[in-house]
Structures are given as structure tokens and as C-alpha cells.
Design a protein around this ligand. Structure first.
Ligand code: ARG
Length: 563
């Protein structure tokens, strides 16, 4: 039941001359202070149109409208305050959660439309950075939020698996490398090769020529070059997948940049045919001055393609393959300008999905306030962070609940959940200063805090034993339950808002709000007391558990039943 709509419908007959139904709905507010009612209508906004004092408008309205659906409707200065009937509301909202279960909050706004979501996208032969972690967890959560809104997400890991650096890697590997090392620890050793190349080429400039030759061979499909490239790629991917497994993130495709090599010529021909390519100092560019952007460099003077050339081919491929309802790119904010250029080029080409292209940027991760970079050595390796977090969670569990049966499994859910939640609770554009200890606290706005509220709800239900919960008529009159009930009712709107803003933090903040409200209720109420509302209260507990678990799932965080 949409209570805001109920308020709007109640007001509508008295306001037909001054406001449309839509405008009435828009004006209705949710007072922060619940003693002022559950919904409020600001009568003063009509003073001009109605040529009456705001208090008078409010007083006239309350006399005219049908208040029977509410506990009461009060005039408070220039406002009209609506108080919902608590037992009707609780029966309604709990009935909804109980009958929908995990589907509560699901809507079909997306009509099944395809949404390719470009996410994670680390570079082969380089470590996954914390920035790639953000893209992975933000993208994964947005994919779940898309599904909850009726879309079909396609999670695409646009690996950085092409470029001149592969020529360099091949040169060093053939001269100084060995197979064992790469197999044992691909990323570390491939990075070492890369560093070695740059040490050696200062004294041996001929290495640069060799690297260029090897890259050329790779581009021309030379068997040995291709074999090595593909092996480096596989080994790197194995290392990446170990991290994705820990995070519990899966992809639908891994079409990296190399996948588009044979799809670029068609794009270049199309750009030419549309008269968009212009020569500039021997290179080919698309002029974007009408977008107030610098020209996009599409082909270098030696004919080599660039990052953007591959991205244009990617967008065209996604258009033809998925006919996307939206085209999403979860990539750090340092590429903001780049994505404006990409969108502008695609718009010039007349690609239909260009108008639904959204770059979803996010801020940096710092450690102790400092930026991370490979060069300064300030880089956190993701798998190390995850392992540390799981270890710390293990210690906490050993101290709090030493007899827990599946300790290791739970430690993993808590440790990994803490990292994901610690990231997603921040509005994505904010930068995050990373502190593992803070993220793992059971108190405060953390993943473990929310998981713990869920586990507490499950433990109450276990204690209650065999009760048949109510699918309808779960009437709760206890005012202590009011806040929790109202937060439960907000979930469907939160799901919509989170998608509209591409903001998983809306869901994380919601989960914290629900956990807090429930913990307060739990502290003030005897849930298991034997009285007439006991089953209704347990139904509330079950509903809280269901919605907390579902909110966490939308973030990619698991919810253990016991911890
Ligand atoms: N590999 C790139 C990087 O690590 C990110 C790729 C983002 N996706 C894209 N379609 N451009 O910076």
C-alpha cells in the first residue's frame, strides 16, 4: 500500500481547483520528527493561489476531508499532519513482506531490458587495485539493484588485455623469464618483467625496437606471440578470479579490449562514411568542439588504434548484441572527461544507446589519508586485505561465540562482508580512507553490525520455536515497533532510488537504519512475552530478518543466521 498516495487521494477532492493529483503527491512530506505525524501537507504553499491564510487553509481542509483511514489528522500551524493507523499499517506492511518474502521490494520498471554494465576491468599482468575493487563491488551491487527493478544486467569485465606493453613482456620473458615463475605467481612476476624492461632499456635501447616488433607480430597474429599473450592473459585471469571468488562476484562476459581488435575497422569505416574523422597532424580525430570538449584521438599517425577506438567498437558491439535499455560504465572518476568524449563521439555516430550511456564514477581509496599508486609502493593488494579481514573476523568470532559450528564459513562472510559494506556505505563519489579495524567493528555503521542484527532476529525466531507466523492481520499496537515498521515500508522506494542515483549507498544506509530501528525495538520490548500480540511481534522479527538479508544481498554481502 502506498500511504503517500492515500494521503494524496484523501486531499484531492478538496483541492481540484488548485492542484493536480500529481502536484499534491509531490508536495506531501515525511516529517523527520514522527510526533508531527507520518505525512504532512504544507498548506502554506497554497496561500497565494487560494488567497487565504495558511492556517485557515489547513483548518478548512481538515474539516472537509475523509479522515477515516487515519488514526488522526491534525492542523499544526500551516501544516496538515496525517497519523497512520498503527495496527492497520502493521498488518498491511507485515502481510506484504511475509507474502513476498525475498521478492519484497521487487518492481518491474525495467521491463526486462538489457543493461550491459562495464565493471572491474583490471589490466592483464598488473595487480587488481583498490580502485578495481570499488568498480567490482559497486558494479556488482548495481547489477543486483537493476534486477530488483526488473532489468536484465550483463556484467562485462572489460579487461585491459591489449597494448604495446605486451611486446615488452614478451621480450623480457624470452630473455630472462621462466615458465615456473609465471605459473606460481603470475601477477608478481609479470610486473617484475615489466619493471625489468624499463631498467634494461635505458642501457639497451634496442630492446624498445624488439618490443615494438613483438607487438607488431602480436597484432599480425604471429603464433608464438599470440600464444604467449594468451598464456599471460590466462594466468592473470586465474589470479583475478581467485579474488572474484572471495568477493563472491561473477561476470557474464570477459570480453576484454582484445576482443574488439577485429571489430575496429568497421567502426573506423563508419566514422569515415559519416564524415566524422578529420586529419590533425597526421592523426585521425573526431572534432567535439560543439560539446565543448577536446577532439577525440581515434587513430595515431602510424595508424595504431587507441583505448577509445576499442571503446567505440565495444559500444557498437553492445548495441547490436543487447539493444541495451541503458549502457553503464563503473569506472573511477579520473576517467570522467574521457567518458564525456566517448559519449559525444557515439552521439555523433547516431548510436541509439548513446543517450542512455551513463558513466558511474567513484572516488579514490586512500590509506591514512594518502593516495595509493603503484609507483610510490603505496598499493594494497586486494587478496591480502581480504585475507586479513577474514583473519580478524575469525578472532572476533573466537572471542564472542567460540562454539559457533561453521566458524570458518561465517568468518569469511563477515570478513569479506565488512570490506564490501565498508566500501558501499559511502556515497560512491566520496573518497574512502581505508581502515580495516573500523570496518570490522560490530558497533557503528558497519557490515558486521547489520549482519549481527540479522543474526539476532534469526536467533529470536529459533528461541520462539515452532510458531506459525502471520501472513495477514499481524497487528502490533506497541509504539516501540513503529519506527521499525515504517523503515520496513520504505524498502521498495529505496530500491527505486538506489537505481535512479546508481547509488548502492542508499541500500547500505537503509540497512543500517533498519538494523538500528530493530535493535532499539529489541532493547525496549519483550518480544517473546506470552500475550495476544506475540505472534504478530515474531512476524515483525521475521520480516526484519527477511528485509535485512535482502538488502545485504543487493550489496553482495551474505547474512549468516548465527555469528
Ligand atoms: N582497464 C581500465 C583501467 O584499469 C578500465 C577500463 C574501463 N572500461 C572501459 N570500457 N573503458 O583503467
Amino acid at each position: 500500500m502506498d500511504y503517500k498516495q492515500l494521503v494524496a487521494d484523501t486531499l484531492a477532492p478538496s483541492l481540484t481547483d488548485v492542484l493536480s493529483a500529481e502536484d499534491i503527491y509531490q508536495k506531501i512530506e515525511r516529517p523527520k520528527d514522527t510526533s508531527k505525524g507520518d505525512y504532512a501537507f504544507p498548506a502554506f504553499t497554497l496561500a497565494k493561489a487560494m488567497k487565504k491564510a495558511p492556517q485557515q487553509i489547513a483548518a478548512d481542509l481538515v474539516a472537509q476531508i475523509d479522515t477515516s483511514h487515519f488514526e488522526k489528522v491534525e492542523v499544526a500551524g500551516p501544516y496538515l499532519n496525517f497519523f497512520l493507523d498503527k495496527s492497520v499499517f502493521s498488518a498491511d506492511i507485515l502481510g506484504q513482506v511475509m507474502s513476498d518474502g525475498a521478492d519484497y521490494g521487487q518492481n518491474e520498471d525495467g521491463n526486462g531490458g538489457n543493461v550491459p554494465i562495464d565493471m572491474s576491468s583490471p589490466n592483464i599482468a598488473k595487480p587488481i587495485s583498490m580502485g578495481h575493487l570499488r568498480s567490482t563491488v559497486i558494479g556488482n551491487s548495481i547489477a543486483e539493484i537493476l534486477k530488483k527493478n526488473g532489468y536484465t544486467p550483463i556484467k562485462d569485465n572489460h579487461l585491459g588485455d591489449w597494448g604495446t606493453q605486451f611486446g615488452k613482456l614478451i621480450v623480457v620473458y624470452l630473455k630472462w623469464g621462466n615458465e615456473e615463475d609465471v605459473k606460481k605467481d603470475p601477477i608478481t612476476n609479470l610486473v617484475k618483467y615489466y619493471v625489468k624492461f624499463h631498467q634494461e632499456d635505458k642501457e639497451h635501447p634496442e630492446l624498445d625496437d624488439q618490443a615494438r616488433e613483438w607487438f607488431k607480430k602480436l597484432e599480425d597474429g604471429d603464433e608464438e606471440a599470440h600464444h604467449l599473450w594468451s598464456w599471460f592473459r590466462d594466468e592473470s585471469l586465474k589470479a583475478f578470479n581467485a579474488i572474484y571468488d572471495k568477493l563472491g562476484v561473477k561476470f557474464d562476459t570477459y570480453n576484454g579490449e582484445a576482443f574488439y581488435n577485429d571489430k575496429m575497422q568497421a567502426v573506423i569505416d563508419d566514422l569515415k562514411a559519416k564524415g566524422l574523422l578529420k586529419e590533425s597532424q597526421g592523426a585521425q580525430v573526431v572534432d567535439l568542439s560543439k560539446y565543448d570538449l577536446n577532439p577525440a584521438l581515434i587513430l595515431k599517425s602510424d595508424g595504431a588504434s587507441l583505448y577509445i577506438t576499442r571503446d567505440i567498437a565495444t559500444a557498437v558491439y553492445r548495441e547490436n548484441t543487447y539493444h541495451p535499455a541503458m549502457n553503464l560504465y563503473v569506472v573511477g572518476s579520473e576517467q570522467m572527461y574521457y567518458f564525456q568524449q566517448l559519449k559525444a563521439v557515439l552521439t555523433e555516430m547516431g548510436l541509439p544507446s548513446a543517450k542512455n550511456l551513463h558513466h558511474i564514477p567513484f572516488g579514490l581509496i586512500t590509506v591514512d589519508g594518502k593516495k595509493l599508486s603503484t609507483r610510490s609502493g603505496r598499493i594494497i593488494l586486494l587478496d591480502v586485505v581480504l585475507d586479513d579481514s577474514i583473519e580478524m573476523a575469525k578472532k572476533q568470532i573466537a572471542a564472542k561465540n567460540p562454539d559457533l559450528p561453521n566458524k570458518d564459513e561465517v568468518a569469511k562472510q563477515v570478513g569479506v562482508g565488512a570490506i564490501i559494506f565498508g566500501d558501499l556505505k559511502n556515497e560512491r563519489m566520496n573518497s574512502i580512507d581505508f581502515n580495516l579495524e573500523d570496518q570490522l567493528k560490530f558497533e557503528g555503521e558497519t557490515g558486521p553490525y547489520v549482519q549481527y542484527a540479522h543474526a539476532r532476529a534469526e536467533s529470536i525466531l529459533r528461541k520462539a520455536g515452532d510458531v506459525t507466523l502471520l501472513e495477514s492481520d499481524a497487528k502490533i499496537s506497541d509504539p516501540e515497533a513503529w519506527e521499525t515498521l515504517k523503515v520496513l515500508a520504505d524498502f521498495p522506494d529505496t530500491v527505486k532510488l538506489a537505481l535512479k542515483e546508481f547509488e548502492p549507498s542508499d541500500v547500505a544506509k537503509y540497512a543500517i537504519r533498519l538494523a538500528k530501528a530493530f535493535n532499539k525495538y529489541y532493547a525496549h520490548s519483550k518480544i517473546l512475552a506470552d500475550d495476544s500480540e506475540k505472534t504478530a511481534r515474531l512476524t515483525l522479527v521475521k520480516s526484519v530478518s527477511t528485509v535485512l538479508k535482502e538488502a545485504l544481498r543487493l550489496l553482495g554481502v551474505e547474512a549468516p543466521d548465527e555469528m
